[in-house]
Design a binder for this molecule. Structure first.
Ligand code: HEC
Ligand SMILES: [Cu+2]
Length: 330
């Protein structure tokens, strides 16, 4: 709306300017142009009109601010259900925890359509900002000051979210998706996500699982492997850097991978989890070139320089095993 008003004013003013430059350009023998210096009426007009325009914009801005304010969040009702999520800003990826369902995911926030989504924003590092341009405005995610926000998605689909506050070198690769689905799909997604990871039966994947326990479980959690359950890292790890929360799970630095194979993005959206067309089929002879997960595991620092996944080099065989295991975690 502000853009439309501004464009109209811009075109009007520039149009008159260009018209005047051409129409009233200096011609040989022309008299001095009309002098309007000190014309009270004119000066009042061009002061009062812009003031009025700005007040109109101010009115709509304040109305919008009040509408999206936390106080205006609709109460849960049969016609307007509500879900709660905790969005945790890490450097540089988003973790999403659903406190009522005890589910943790990363990079994709899945929500039901026409439902109020109450978002608790949390960071224990630097300031991030949660922004989904097509669905909701920016709200800062401030360490020690837990903002909340709410939004309602009225149409199913996938919307791009980004971090809108510079938070370090890979700030631009701190993207996420909001996937809006119908209520039944959401419920079945939740019940799948609540499960512990299935133990692999395929021999390649079994080797991958053993490798995971050995080399990855100090930073990544998988429920059923090194975690007993999903937990709220925002509440249970706040004052426990690297420590244990009440003797239960460790505060791990990397994304929870329990259902990694069901996700579409990888490491803050730096790559897609491109499993279509057999790209990440462990028997694909071009696995290392075609599967983004393989590329990530080969060289996480090359793909996303400065990120916190510092690991020794893996062999192609090991990567094949890990791809078989992780992509099988649906
Ligand atoms: C030193 C800690 C650390 C170790 C060890 C580690 N990772 Fe990571 N990993 C991370 C961090 C941190 C990220 C997120 C990086 C980012 O997006 O900025 C990550 C991201 C990932 C992702 C993307 C997950 C997602 O949902 O976006 C996968 C998959 C992954 N790691 C697999 C592995 C595997 C397999 C191993 C073992 C070979 C491993 N990691 C070892 C810290 C670690
Ligand atoms: Cu950020």
């Amino acid at each position: 709306m502000i853009l439309i008003i501004s464009v109209i004013i811009f075109v009007l003013v520039e149009g008159i300017l260009i018209f005047s430059i051409i129409r009233y350009r200096e011609r040989p023998g022309a008299p001095n142009p009309f002098q309007n210096h000190g014309n009270l009426k004119l000066e009042l007009v061009w002061t009062v009109i812009p003031t009025l325009v700005l007040f109109v914009i101010l009115f709509f801005t304040i109305r919008g601010l009040l509408y999206v304010a936390p106080e205006n969040e609709p109460a849960a009702s049969a016609s307007q259900p509500k879900i709660e999520v905790t969005a945790i800003g890490h450097q540089w990826w988003w973790e999403f925890y659903y406190p009522n369902y005890h589910v943790t995911t990363a990079d994709t926030l899945e929500v039901p359509v026409n439902t109020t989504v109450h978002v608790n924003l949390f960071s224990n590092n630097v300031i991030h900002s949660f922004w989904v341009p097509a669905l909701t405005g920016k709200t800062d995610v401030v360490p020690g000051h837990n903002n909340t926000k709410w939004f309602v998605a009225e149409k199913a689909g996938t919307y791009t979210g980004i971090c809108a506050e510079y938070c370090g070198t890979q700030h631009a690769n701190m993207r996420f998706n909001v996937k809006v689905v119908n209520n039944n799909d959401f419920q079945s997604w939740v019940s799948t996500q609540q499960q512990a990871a299935a133990a692999p039966t395929d021999p390649l994947a079994q080797k991958g699982a053993a490798l995971f326990k050995n080399q990855c479980s100090s930073c990544h959690g998988i429920v059923g492997v090194n975690l007993k359950q999903f937990y709220n890292t925002a509440q249970e790890c706040t004052d426990l850097p690297g420590g244990k929360a009440n003797g239960t799970p460790e505060c791990l630095i990397g994304p929870n991978l329990t259902h990694f194979g069901s996700r579409n993005l990888l490491a803050g959206g730096v790559l897609d989890n491109n499993t279509a067309n057999g790209n990440c089929d462990p028997n694909n002879p071009n696995l290392m070139q075609q599967c983004n997960l393989a590329k990530w595991l080969k060289d996480p620092q090359g793909v996303k320089p400065g990120n916190d996944m510092n690991i020794g080099e893996l062999t192609n065989d090991q990567i094949q095993q890990l791809v078989a295991y992780l992509e099988g975690l649906k």
